[in-house]
Design a protein around this ligand. Structure first.
Ligand code: FCB
Length: 450
């Protein structure tokens, strides 16, 4: 059954940051530091989803969505990252999962979408190898509570973005600027992923995957220098996170001055390369790369530079709109990994635009869904729009609106946008199983009436 879903993340929508025993996360700390987010916005209230979730579930059911990707806030479950579980935190997700199942919406929780408990950051965060094991322990606690109803799990969201923005460049929490010294963060997240897969399997999980942010890399020209730079970037952005999982080996990182990854221990790669039932792909846009110029002081001298993509329209965020990039990406994943590529789920795709009559978003989604269909020989089994609601867009605060549903952050009023109704129509034109059971029964009732 093809899954039509929307995706959200705990810190971006829940609010209620100090309710019911939730511990602080790195995003609470970071967003409260002056100058870290646009206009000092924080996720303290966000979409108040922690209190308004029944309304949000009703919106999904009404649209006929058959799946919902949300994330579980580690600091709600284990307020200081490890130790005793907080029953109220587990209860919240338990109720949410029940409500989804009742409406016939498949729950697809992500176990880590960047809101690390602050107590673990105080121990070094993902630079500390022990965090991988603590992650698996937390995952086991969640699996024990939810795995009777949750069959599909996502371990991590975008370990690349978390490493680069959070630890490399300091643009996201925890705000560290380590450049290439952030590399162990990749390995410890991947190790945490592998250990989490084992914990989930032990808990009876049926479908386990990871969501990787992937981008087609376009060299700025055919010159050998630009091709080499593009290859270097592809290694960092895509292959560093896909290769170990799908092939059990890291790509060659010599171009980054890291031929030997001394943080990798014997046996780690076997754990990381656990078989998966799906690969989650988050796609937003391609990346154009050119040869490096003079390195900025302290930048560590990277072997590439970004070149703007100016020949396409852009979203309100300034991101280029290239639907065919998704077809290109999917086909290149197939070409690279062949039979080792598991079924694909597009676990995020979407765009930032203002307004409720969001025709640009409709065009964006339409183009990208068509690109998924056009990808030859690639087994794609789900598509999740980022996002259900306008929400806290990390360092951009509430300035970027990615929702199918508009949120007035003063009143918390939800207003479905034109794209919401467009998606609803699209889903209802698909095979019946692709729709929430609530949508199916509503339809049945209607057809018996007429
Ligand atoms: C992705 C993140 C998600 C959201 C979108 C716009 O990188 O996973 O939380 O911010 O970008």
């Amino acid at each position: 059954m093809f899954l039509w879903g929307t995706a959200t993340a705990s810190y971006q929508i829940e609010g209620a940051v100090d309710e019911d025993g939730r511990g602080p996360s790195i995003w609470d700390t970071f967003s409260h530091e002056p100058g870290r987010t646009r206009d000092g916005h924080t996720g303290d209230v966000a979409c108040d989803h922690y209190h308004r979730w029944p309304e949000d579930v009703a919106l999904m059911a009404e649209a006929g969505l058959s799946a919902y990707r949300f994330s579980i806030a580690w600091p709600r479950i284990l307020p200081s990252g490890r130790g005793t579980a907080n029953p109220a935190g587990l209860d919240f997700y338990d109720r949410l999962v029940d409500a989804l199942c009742e409406k016939g919406i498949t729950p697809v929780p992500t176990l880590f979408h960047w809101d690390l408990p602050q107590a673990l950051e105080d121990e070094g965060g993902w630079l500390n190898r022990d965090i991988s094991g603590y992650f698996a322990d937390y995952v086991a606690v969640v699996a024990e509570r939810l795995s009777d109803r949750v069959r599909t799990w996502i371990t991590l969201n975008e370990p690349f973005v978390h490493m680069v923005y959070g630890y490399g460049l300091g643009m996201h929490a925890p705000g560290r600027m380590l450049f290439l010294d952030a590399l162990p963060v990749a390995h410890h997240q991947l190790l945490g992923h592998g250990l989490a897969v084992q914990a989930l399997r032990a808990g009876g999980a049926e479908r386990v995957m990871i969501s990787n942010n992937c981008t087609p890399v376009w060299p700025a020209s055919d010159s050998p220098e630009d091709l080499a730079a593009a290859d270097a970037y592809d290694t960092l952005h895509n292959r560093l996170f896909n290769d170990p999982i799908l092939t059990g080996a890291y790509p060659d990182l010599s171009v980054y001055g890291q031929p030997e990854l001394d943080f990798v221990r014997t046996g780690d790669l076997e754990i990381i390369a656990q078989p998966l039932d799906g690969l989650g792909i988050n796609y937003y846009n391609p990346t154009r790369i050119t040869r490096p110029g003079e390195p900025a002081p302290g930048s560590g001298g990277l072997p590439f530079e970004f070149a703007a993509i100016t020949d396409y329209p852009t979203t309100a965020f300034g991101w280029p709109v290239v639907p065919d990039g998704l077809r290109e990406l999917l086909e290149s994943l197939k070409a690279t990994y062949g039979p080792a590529l598991p079924p694909i789920y597009i676990t995020e795709n979407g765009c930032s635009y203002d307004g409720i009559d969001d025709q640009e978003r409709i065009a964006y989604l339409d183009g990208h869904i068509a690109a998924v269909r056009a990808a030859e020989g690639v087994d794609v089994r789900g598509y999740f729009v980022w996002s259900l609601l306008d929400n806290f867009e990390w360092a951009e605060g509430y300035h970027q609106r990615f929702g199918l549903v508009h949120v007035d952050f003063e009143t918390q009023k939800r207003t479905p946008k034109a794209s919401y109704y467009w998606l609803k129509d699209l889903i209802s034109s698909q095979s019946p199983e692709a729709r929430s059971t609530e949508a199916q029964s509503a339809e049945k009732a209607q057809s018996t009436e007429t």
